[in-house]
Design a binder for this molecule. Structure first.
Ligand code: NAP
Length: 309
């Protein structure tokens, strides 16, 4: 089968492409960054997204049977916005339909919500609705936090525990999350591309942590003796803004803190992933958090590959 995967030189798209190749499929990728190192060589050809030239995008997708979409922006910024990502994704969905793509697997988020004032969750809900109306067979995968060697959040929690005098959690820290390993998500995405049933799948891992519990688990696995303290969310945000200046990144946004604290990264559903974050962190304790992973540098530098930790 010929499958198009977005962002195959990035994070989850790379694992998805690998899964598809391993299963014997032909893979192309749509990307903003054709100049990043291509880990697949001749086996995966890169094409630009061409959001501003829908006819070209349609041509690229001709002959493709399934499209797996990971494209998204993490937060609103002067260089990119959720609204733009929604408009672009709709262009891609329409182009796929016109090109005759018969199946779309779309990576969303847990608890998308049309009524939310958090743009991430509202815009994801808008896209899910657009896909359901499109008239192409679909599977929507709703992951919570991803973890893996190229990950940002878990790595940077580990980095903070290693390098900062104390680690602060926003508010009580009792809100929950169910991290899923990126390759477990990739396996599901590749499998769902072959199916025909319209479905929405909660893509959560086998363990549920409170945020403070996850920080304690990582601290223990790293073997560091760092105090973990509860701080008011506004203070936590102000401190991460300061840290952001030092590491030249957007460490976390106000909206992301709210999303976490509203428990949006936790749902009642059977686990899709099998890899346990606690075991994975122990296995990677030597390397995890040694270096800070910058979201912004991935967005600004479109030539380097994502570093693995
Ligand atoms: N990472 C997580 O913890 C997490 C948690 C929950 C849900 N998700 C969802 O999983 C999907 C994939 O996430 P990922 O972390 O694997 O993403 P990623 O590989 O870093 O990026 C996926 C695609 O989006 C493009 N992209 C990302 N940020 C962009 C920006 N600011 N401007 C323009 N293009 C941008 C990338 O561009 P290039 O082609 O240039 O690489 C790539 O094509 C997303 O839909 C996300 O909402 C992720």
């Amino acid at each position: 089968m010929r499958v198009a995967v977005t962002g195959a030189f990035g994070y989850s798209g790379r694992y998805i492409a690998q899964r598809l190749l391993d299963a014997g499929h032909e893979v192309i990728t749509l990307t903003n960054s054709p100049g990043r190192p291509n880990p697949f060589g001749e086996r995966v050809r890169a094409h630009p997204f061409d959001f501003d030239q829908p006819e070209r995008l349609c041509e690229t997708l001709r002959g493709v049977e399934a499209l797996i979409n990971t494209y998204w922006v993490r937060f609103d910024h002067r260089l990119f916005t959720h609204e733009q990502a929604v408009a672009n994704t709709k262009v891609m969905f329409d182009a796929a339909k016109r090109a005759g793509v018969r199946r779309i697997v779309h990576v969303s988020i847990t608890r998308p919500d049309l009524q939310s004032d958090l743009p991430y969750f509202r815009c994801k809900a808008e896209l899910e609705a657009a896909l359901m109306r499109l008239g192409v067979s679909y599977c929507i995968l709703r992951p919570t936090v991803l973890f893996g060697r190229e990950d940002v959040l878990v790595n940077n929690i580990a980095w903070s525990l290693r390098h900062l005098p104390v680690f602060g959690v926003f508010g009580t820290g009792e809100y929950r999350l169910q991290p899923i390993h990126v390759d477990d998500l990739a396996a599901a995405a590749a499998e769902k591309a072959m199916s025909e049933r319209d479905e929405v799948v909660e893509a959560i891992g086998p363990e549920t942590f409170t945020y403070i519990g996850m920080a304690r688990m990582i601290r223990e696995a790293l073997g560091v003796r760092r105090a973990i303290v509860r701080v008011p969310p506004w203070l936590g945000y102000a401190l991460t803004r300061g840290l952001g200046v030092l590491v030249r990144d957007v460490v976390i946004t106000r909206e992301e803190i709210r999303g976490l604290m509203e428990g949006r990264l936790c749902v009642e559903a059977p686990p899709l992933g099998r890899t346990r974050l606690s075991e994975w962190v122990r296995e990677h304790a030597q390397t995890l958090g040694r270096r800070y992973t910058s979201e912004m540098s991935r967005r600004v530098d479109r030539v380097s590959g994502y570093r693995s930790n």
